[in-house]
Design a protein around this ligand. Structure first.
Ligand SMILES: Cc1cc2nc3c(=O)[nH]c(=O)nc-3n(C[C@H](O)[C@H](O)[C@H](O)COP(=O)(O)O)c2cc1C
Length: 385
């Protein structure tokens, strides 16, 4: 990360706090009490977060009484019983979500053991009006509360399972009508304080510049659109089927994936896999040509990436990612325009407004790539009802 020369905060510490504040469940220390003062301090810090209209309508309920915690724990266990079932099903399978469900199931069984349960609530009822209001006036404070806990050696998990039993919750805690509970934090000191950053998608993949789906592989030095910054395009679609069903279509190079040209055919030179080459035969009007594509990433069921012409200096880098969404898959089709991309580089070089050339090319690519992922979805899911 590029830090400013003279940042007003210690960025190493700040960034460590921001990147290692995890959902803590199995490492909550249920045997160590949490002083009220620590909770007050963390709430004071959390209250520095903004509210819509600056109307100071958040309220915090700290539950310490054993029998009250027990009652909340029973509701949590009832509402979270599906987590235990999923955890049992995933146990030992190596599934991507095995660990999170095992950890969640642990919390389902031990929720009431946390020394304190802290509920963040707000005056108001959600009316779907879109006006600044409930969730959007609590969430930022909730996260600040978590960060303040972490900085003091405590931890928690953002939990929402009690929210599906608001009447019972209101009854137990005497919450008046007109108040919405948003989140419940089981708070405790953590067993050890070494937590790691989680694996998340890098900013370059999920940040779009000026138009939906327009990516940039490198930060531009002046914020402008230059080919040297790896200008790209993304198209995504959700598919009802699991990755194993999506993969055969995604890795079928004869499937008519299109960048605006007609795919006449494609054949592998050797076995499909990392480092392999396949040749695509394209047609556009009267023009016909063949292009070698080098497979630069290949993970069955997950990733298929290829670079055109020269993998070290490609004309374009194309990539399919299949994300396991639990109930289905999200298919992401991305491409990055390379510096040897004849069409775009030539056109951009000859133009007074190269950014415009690049963007109109991206618009065309995005439309075609969106068509491609929709076609893959139709091939996997079958026609829409
Ligand atoms: C809106 C929201 C609701 C959540 N609800 C629950 C919950 O009821 N129970 C639970 O154990 N975790 C819950 N979580 C925690 C997520 O499962 C957790 O953030 C995720 O596993 C990622 O863990 P990490 O933040 O440590 O990377 C919730 C998180 C959010 C943002």
């Amino acid at each position: 990360m590029n830090a400013p020369a003279d940042p007003p905060f210690d960025l190493e510490q700040t960034d460590r706090l921001l990147s290692t504040t995890r959902a803590v469940r199995r490492r909550l220390d249920f045997d160590r009490d949490v002083p009220d003062q620590v909770i007050f301090d963390c709430i004071d810090l959390a209250e520095q977060a903004p509210t819509g209209g600056n109307d100071a309508s958040r309220r915090w309920i700290v539950v310490r009484e054993e029998h009250t915690k027990q009652r909340l724990g029973e509701i949590y266990a009832r509402n979270g019983s599906f987590m235990t079932q999923v955890a049992d099903r995933l146990d030992g399978t190596g599934h991507a979500k095995e660990e999170v469900f095992e950890s969640s199931a642990y919390l389902v069984e031990n929720f009431a053991k946390a020394p304190v349960l802290v509920i963040a609530a707000i005056w108001g009822i959600h009316d779907n009006s879109g006006r600044p209001g409930l969730f959007d006036s609590v969430i930022q404070a909730g996260w600040s509360f978590n960060l303040a806990l972490r900085a003091r050696g405590l931890g928690s998990t953002w939990t929402t399972l009690l929210n599906s039993s608001v009447d019972e919750l209101a009854d137990i805690l005497a919450i008046p009508e007109g108040v919405t509970t948003i989140v419940t934090f089981p708070v405790a000191y953590t067993k050890g304080t070494d937590f790691n950053p989680a694996e998340r998608r890098p900013a370059e993949q999920i940040t779009y510049f000026d138009r939906w789906g327009f990516t940039r592989a490198q930060a531009s030095t002046d914020g402008g659109t230059h080919l040297t910054d790896g200008q790209g395009v993304v198209a995504e679609v959700d598919i009802d089927a699991p990755p194993a069903k999506v993969w055969p279509v995604v890795s079928d190079i004869t499937f008519p994936a299109t960048a605006g040209t007609e795919l006449v055919g494609a054949d592998w030179q050797g076995e499909p896999g990392l480092g392999a080459v396949f040749t695509g035969h394209n047609k556009l009007g009267d023009m016909e040509w063949s292009l070698d594509n080098h497979v630069t990433a290949w993970e069955e069921g997950r990733v298929f990436e290829w670079s055109t012409i020269d993998p070290e200096n490609p004309g374009g880098r194309w990539r399919f990612d299949i994300l396991d969404q639990g109930t289905g898959s999200r298919l992401r089709f991305s491409m990055e325009i390379g510096s040897t991309n004849n069409l775009t580089v030539d056109m951009a070089a000859k133009s007074d407004t190269p950014a415009k050339v690049i963007n109109s090319r991206r618009k065309m690519l995005r439309a075609n790539m969106q068509r491609t992922v929709e076609a893959i979805k139709a091939a996997v899911d079958g026609p829409a009802d």
